[in-house]
Ligand binder design. Structure first.
Ligand code: ADP
Ligand code: MG
Length: 603
């Protein structure tokens, strides 16, 4: 990312200092309450608060797994168990020489991190319920081991928890220890959530193919998140053991695991504040309604049902008053093709010519020959139209180029070098970007965040740098945001930058997808029916935008049904029928091609 793009004329959508303060007010209030709570000098409330902090330290990490990445990790209590026993056993010296409690707590975090990765690995292959079952299975195994490994864990009799010495000794010292760690966990997860990694997680959750097309490698990212969430769970476990002062395997019930999970759901997926409030509520609720304790599981379930039915977006949705403000009714999309140069890096013409070539591609789905011996060339600086009746293989061709399918036969090259098949997330590295026949956006994220997802691969900071909000992370965020605003201005939607994507009209979604695709600074742009659902005027503007991007040196492959658009802006056209080329040539040749006219254009 160059500074040229970061310092554009677009200044819309940036939040003022006041706006930022407004977003932090809830946190400042929560922090003040936590900081001043000891003034009450009520040790009972202190213990409840400590429990809430400890649960939140675990849930903060789990929130990235469940709320952001959408993985149903329902048995995450296993991290609490592992962290608790590691810290307790090391401090007590049942397996080794006794460790210092603070060191033992760190060890609890390390074990939690390792376990997080082990539990998380199946998520890369298994879907939803199967993954949920493996996390539950793991939790059961951990409890069983704790029961059986008597020499270290004390078995069913249990083992004393660690006692942390000064400055965080039992009482309010320990209270502040939990408070500080909870604040730290909040800060770190919030940093991740607002980084390119957090946006990538949400993209994996809600628009996985679009995430891949943006170059997001799911396995690496998920493993980093599982590791981090495991570490937080392990640390929470060590604190939990100290709070309980004595732990037995039956302290780590299925109910606690459900509490963590439900707190996140009622808090709202993709929020930090919501799940934090959810955790506090679920921890405190049974305490203040003592007769209800034995009903706690029932209460959680009832609460969850109510939330799912009444406010599916959870507490976070209730707090998100900004997105309840009505949008302007008659909105117009006015793209500014003149900004394309900046968005694409300004060196369009100097980039040199480049060609994607398909030779004799065949792709069968069972008995269906979706592509049946196709030759196609997409060259930089040209718009190549791909037309044909429904089911003729247009989308499939696009999917082959963008790496989703491995053809049964044929070759695909970029400037003579093989383009690897079946590696969709690698396409971003070749600067091949695309849109989808049905727009694939993250409805729950803002328009700006959606567009920023497209620039994920241009970030330089690591996951760890983002956790700690180090300079490279902040620079990435600044640049990605500026570039995304620039891309939004180019497609004419910068005024909607802060709006949730699921509130927009269909035509706007199409242009947002284009803005996201532009974020890659693509050498090739594959568009799958971008004009579908657009008004005549919008189609004309879209055409200008596409034509302008080809003039900037981008090679465009345009799948379209609107013949007018195709003949207006294409340099070459290929007509498909039943996976075969029916005709190929300039728009004029195609327009007068007898077979095409009779079979497809029907004029
Ligand atoms: P188009 O985009 O030109 O309308 P497609 O490329 O989507 O057509 O589809 C071409 C043919 O391949 C159709 O007959 C379709 O049913 C079939 N097809 C596409 N994707 C799949 C799939 N994943 N599995 C099985 N058949 C498919
Ligand atoms: Mg299609």
């Amino acid at each position: 990312m160059t500074d040229a793009t970061a310092s554009g004329p677009v200044r819309v959508g940036e939040r003022s200092l006041l706006g930022k303060l407004e977003g932090s007010v809830s946190w400042i209030l929560l922090g003040l309450v936590g900081l001043l709570l000891p003034l009450l000098d009520d040790s009972y409330i202190g213990v409840i608060a400590q429990r809430a902090y400890i649960y939140w330290i675990l849930s903060a990490g789990l929130n990235l797994v469940v709320g952001y990445a959408g993985q149903i990790a329902i048995g995450w209590v296993s991290m609490l168990t592992l962290g608790a026993y590691t810290t307790a056993a090391l401090t007590a010296g049942t397996a080794t020489d006794p460790w210092h409690p603070y060191l033992a707590l760190i060890a609890g975090g390390v074990i939690g991190a390792a376990a997080g990765v082990i539990v998380g690995l199946p998520a890369l292959r298994l879907r939803t319920f199967y993954f949920a079952m493996t996390t539950l299975g793991f939790a059961t195994i951990v409890t069983q081991v704790a029961l059986a490994w008597k020499s270290v864990t004390g078995g069913g009799v249990g083992t004393p928890g660690p006692v942390f010495p000064w400055p965080f000794d039992p009482g309010w010292g320990f209270y502040y220890f939990c408070f500080i760690l909870a604040a730290l966990a909040t800060w770190m997860t919030a940093n991740i959530a607002s980084s390119r990694f957090g946006r990538a997680l949400v993209a994996i959750r809600d628009a996985e193919v679009a995430a891949e097309a943006s170059g997001i490698a799911k396995p690496r990212l998920l493993i980093a998140v599982f590791l981090f969430a495991g570490a937080l769970g392990g640390v929470a476990g060590g604190l939990f053991a100290s709070l309980q002062s004595y732990i037995t395997p039956d302290a780590f019930t299925f109910e606690i695991s459900v509490l963590f999970f439900i707190a996140i759901l009622i808090g709202g997926r993709g929020s930090i504040l919501g799940p934090a409030l959810g955790t506090i509520i679920l921890t405190a609720l049974p305490e203040f309604a003592a007769p209800l304790v034995q009903w706690s599981t029932f209460l959680y379930a009832a609460l969850l049902l109510v939330i799912v039915l009444v406010i599916p977006g959870g507490i976070a949705d209730l707090l998100d008053y900004k997105n309840r403000r009505p949008l302007e009714q008659h909105r117009e999309i006015v793209p500014r093709p003149d900004l394309l140069g900046r968005v694409l890096g300004g060196d369009g013409r100097s980039r040199g010519k480049s060609t994607i070539a398909l030779r004799d591609i065949e792709l069968h789905f069972g008995g269906v020959r979706a592509i049946d011996g196709l030759d196609l060339e997409v060259r930089s600086g040209e718009v190549h139209g791909l037309i044909g009746p429904n089911g003729s293989g247009k989308t499939t061709t696009l999917n082959v180029i963008s790496g989703y399918y491995r053809p049964n036969a044929g070759q695909m090259t970029l400037d003579g070098a093989e383009l690897p098949f079946a590696l969709p997330h690698a396409r971003a590295g070749y600067r091949i970007s695309r849109t989808f026949q049905t727009p694939r956006l993250v409805g729950a994220a803002s328009v700006l965040e959606n567009v920023m997802i497209g620039g994920t691969v241009h970030g330089h900071g690591t996951f760890t740098e983002s956790i700690l909000a180090l300079p490279r992370h902040r620079r990435d965020e600044r640049h990605l945001k500026a570039a995304a605003l620039q891309a939004l201005a180019t497609v004419g939607l910068e005024s909607l930058a802060q709006v949730r994507a699921d509130r927009l009209q269909h035509s706007e979604l199409r242009f947002i997808e284009i803005a996201r695709a532009l974020m890659l600074k693509p050498a090739f742009l594959l568009l799958d029916e971008p004009a579908a659902g657009l008004s005549a005027e919008e189609i004309r503007r879209l055409g200008n935008l596409i034509k302008a991007s080809s003039r900037e040196g981008v090679g465009v492959l345009l799948v379209e049904h609107h013949a007018d658009l195709i003949f207006d802006i294409c340099d070459r056209v290929t007509v498909l029928n039943l996976g075969k080329t029916l005709a190929a040539g300039t728009p004029n040749e195609i327009r007068s091609h007898r077979e095409v006219v009779s079979a497809y254009l029907g004029a």
